[in-house]
Design a protein around this ligand. Structure first.
Ligand code: SF4
Ligand code: FES
Length: 415
């Protein structure tokens, strides 16, 4: 439904190193004109500008690309720039605090060095296998590419590390972010440090208790849990292999067996026999059970499209653009994600047009500005006319639209 102006109370953790102590929460009240079109980063910027210039937080891109603005919002790790106020329970107090497991520098800003140290320890850099100066390509549709596609989107925000209960218990644990990176390199046949990577990553994988907190909070849809299970599986199945052989791993719906440079599918019984799991006892069987479940853990982008109700026609006044918060579930195997996004519903003409609120430049949020009769985005001055065509700034194409239809007075969009 269209969002009216609301007043929200925001509790922000404040810690000043020059004062010492444990820090404390401070409350701010803020009028929010449209909760669906205001991110928590916008909220912080307004608090800083209008009420308290001393408040410290970190951001750079505003479009979920730089990984700077991770924090704990109402108890869950999120990016402030990707969290709309309307994603949070209506009317309730909002609590912002710094991420767990990182030293606090000031207020919401943490020192990310512990995570980057783990990246270093797990050899997070690419080492080409061949001396060739030509680019080593993986075809876009190759199974290997599909295997590593999602994990390469990591922006090192640290949300997964903050959510992981094991990070605090095991100082040597590499943590979910570094292991997701190790996985993307282990699954890349062009890399020349396969055995070294495996040796550095595998011991850490046994610290994971498969709680899936990291998978739950990752703002880029990555499943470090799946990455960890992948590494464990490689550790079990890869016997007497030469370090530099290529690893080409199809999407794992069944256990895999290595034959020469390629993997082939085998049945589960053969896999367990080869891995010697029967002799390893219940603990190892549990591990392999987790490995076999890998394919069901990750969102792999295979969800089919669905029509989702957006609003009753009666709630969308003719002659106006109404911002409506669209909420729906995305299911992939056993994994279900809640998705929400503002939709700009235009009834400026006889036709109803549902515009996506993501700017076609960098994906930041586009708003309707009635005073200038234009859609505008916040980041780089992009503007679109009332039909969605670019009138200013860098957007390369008109605003994207949803397929939409009306059924029994309800407006539905295809997502
Ligand atoms: Fe952030 Fe996801 Fe990368 Fe973890 S895996 S650092 S949550 S983007
Ligand atoms: Fe860059 Fe949020 S500001 S990810």
């Amino acid at each position: 439904m269209a969002m009216p102006t609301s007043t929200r109370t925001v509790r922000v953790f404040r810690y000043d190193p020059s004062l010492g102590g444990d820090g404390d929460f401070r409350k701010y009240a803020l009028d929010v004109p449209n909760e669906a079109a205001m991110t928590m980063l916008d909220v912080l910027l307004r608090i800083q500008r209008e009420q308290d210039p001393t408040i410290a937080f970190r951001f750079a891109c505003r479009v979920a690309m730089c990984g700077s603005c991770g924090m704990v919002i109402n108890g869950k790790e999120r990016l402030a720039c990707k969290t709309n106020v309307s994603d949070l329970p209506p009317g309730e107090e909002i609590t912002l605090r710094p991420m767990n497991h990182f030293p606090v520098i000031k207020d919401l800003v943490v020192d990310m060095d512990p995570m980057f140290r783990k990246f270093r320890e797990t050899l997070s850099f690419f080492e080409p296998k061949d001396a060739s100066t030509e680019p080593a390509l993986i075809a876009p549709g190759a199974p290997e590419r599909e295997e590593i596609r999602v994990a390469t989107d990591c922006i090192q925000c640290g949300c997964c590390v903050s959510s992981c209960t094991m990070v605090d218990h095991h100082p040597d644990y590499a943590g979910p972010a570094a292991l997701a990176r190790a996985y993307s390199l282990l699954a890349d046949g062009r890399d020349g440090l396969f055995q070294e990577r495996l040796n550095s990553a595998l011991p850490s994988c046994h610290e994971c208790r498969t709680e899936m907190n990291c998978t739950d909070v990752c703002p880029k849809g990555i499943s470090p849990t799946r990455a960890i299970k992948y590494i464990q599986r490689v550790g079990v199945t890869r016997r007497e292999e030469k370090p530099a052989e290529p690893v080409v791993a199809p999407a794992p719906t069944e256990p895999l067996e290595r034959t020469g440079p390629m993997w082939k599918r085998i049945d589960r019984a053969t896999f367990l026999r080869h891995a010697g799991v029967a002799a390893l006892g219940a603990a190892a069987a549990l591990t392999v059970g987790g490995v076999a479940a890998v394919s069901a853990i990750v969102p792999k982008g295979g969800a089919s499209k669905q029509w989702v109700p957006l609003a009753q026609l009666g709630d969308l006044p003719p002659g106006q653009v109404t911002t409506v918060l669209l909420k729906y579930e995305v299911k992939n195997g056993i994994y279900t994600q809640q998705a929400s996004t503002p939709v700009l519903v235009s009834r400026l003409s006889d036709e109803i047009v549902c515009y996506k609120s993501a700017c076609t430049h960098l994906g930041c949020t586009v708003r309707w500005d009635g005073s200038s009769d234009q859609f505008r985005c916040a980041c780089h001055g992009g503007a679109f006319d009332r039909t969605g065509n670019v009138t200013a700034g860098p957007p390369p194409r008109p605003m994207d639209q949803y397929d939409a239809k009306v059924d029994a007075g309800m407006l539905l969009v295809l997502v």
